[in-house]
Design a protein around this ligand. Structure first.
Ligand SMILES: NC(=O)c1ccc[n+]([C@@H]2O[C@H](COP(=O)([O-])OP(=O)(O)OC[C@H]3O[C@@H](n4cnc5c(N)ncnc54)[C@H](OP(=O)(O)O)[C@@H]3O)[C@@H](O)[C@H]2O)c1
Length: 287
């Protein structure tokens, strides 16, 4: 029995792990990209009851490494039957005051959240074309709505949205679809990881900078600290990804979570000045 092959990046934790496990129980052959042998083992050891339903195959993939993509392409080509879907999920989140962020912080953010997505798409397109396949990019509500002090992350997701929209038009003549998943807050380790990087940034800020940004930085820190216990379960994103994989005519965007749906609707309906006033009020309320 053959299952449609999907490749998902960043499957060691959070949304990626949840999607990989879920899709494997739903009749897909999931190539799950992870960066370490430990993560490979972890995916296999917490075995799920796949029976005849699908397959879960951990593969080593640091999305910023072109040679990893090449090796993976060769493997997929050898395994045959093209690729039904590429799910670009791997991501990191980083923030701080723009005035004091190193350019490198923006570059690092874009390397994972944006440039690696292009690399993955370029590598996988010949295999995807064989199946009239699908590309699903995990964006965020921050792909359309900015959170102050999260500019590297928001910028990378805005760029991802532009890339996705452009590619959707470019690949339409081949009957291929490109979609965005836009989750709101989801309970994953991303916030704990961001917190660690934020603490590191604080240690290099000058006393003057710390003083200038004391109130918003404290507010941002409080939001990050509460975030790991808030938000929807990653499984909700897995359901949206499945929908994007199965819809006969996949949509451009799938918002996930009530918070995302409300925020994106307000973004669409409110005039720019009103939306700006809303964001300022929310930011002030956090201080
Ligand atoms: N959580 C949310 O509230 C939320 C909301 C909207 C959108 N998202 C998006 O959802 C996606 C997944 O995030 P998450 O919340 O599930 O966070 P997460 O649990 O931290 O997962 C991030 C995944 O990306 C992987 N990754 C990071 N850098 C990588 C690289 N260079 N190469 C390959 N893999 C790499 C991580 O692998 P390692 O374990 O090896 O680091 C991990 O598997 C991201 O694109 C994020 O922007 C999350």
């Amino acid at each position: 029995m053959t299952f449609p092959k999907v490749l998902i990046t960043g499957a060691s934790s959070g949304i990626g792990e949840s999607c990989a496990r879920y899709l494997a129980t739903k009749g897909f052959c999931v190539y799950a990209g992870v960066r370490t042998a430990e993560a490979e083992q972890a995916l296999l050891s917490q075995s799920i009851n796949l029976q005849q339903q699908g397959q879960l195959i951990p593969v080593r993939l640091d999305v910023t490494q072109p040679e990893h993509w090449q090796q993976l392409y060769q493997r997929l080509e050898q395994d045959g039957q093209g690729l039904f879907a590429l799910i670009n999920n791997a991501g990191t989140g980083f923030g701080g005051p723009i005035e004091h962020l190193e350019l490198q912080a923006f570059r690092d953010q874009f390397d994972v959240n944006f440039f690696a997505v292009i690399q993955g798409i370029q590598t996988c397109l010949p295999l995807l074309r064989q199946t009239k396949g699908r590309i699903i990019n995990i964006s965020s509500v921050n792909g359309r709505i900015v959170t102050p002090f999260l500019s590297p992350y928001c910028s990378s997701k805005f760029a991802l949205e532009a890339l996705t929209e452009s590619l959707r038009y470019e690949l339409a003549p081949w009957g291929m679809s490109v979609s965005l998943i836009a989750p709101g807050m989801i309970r994953t380790p991303i916030f704990t990881k961001s917190q660690a990087r934020f603490q590191a940034l604080k240690t290099v800020l000058t006393p003057q900078a710390q003083q200038n940004y004391a109130a918003p930085l404290a507010a941002f820190e409080r939001v990050l600290a509460k975030a790991p216990n808030k938000g929807a379960e990653p499984q909700l994103v897995a359901l949206a990804v499945e929908q994007a994989l199965r819809d006969p005519s996949p949509r451009m965007r799938y918002a996930v979570g009530t918070d995302a749906k409300i925020a994106l609707t307000l973004r669409k309906l409110l005039p720019e000045w009103a939306f700006e006033a809303l964001i300022k009020r929310l930011a002030a309320g956090q201080r």
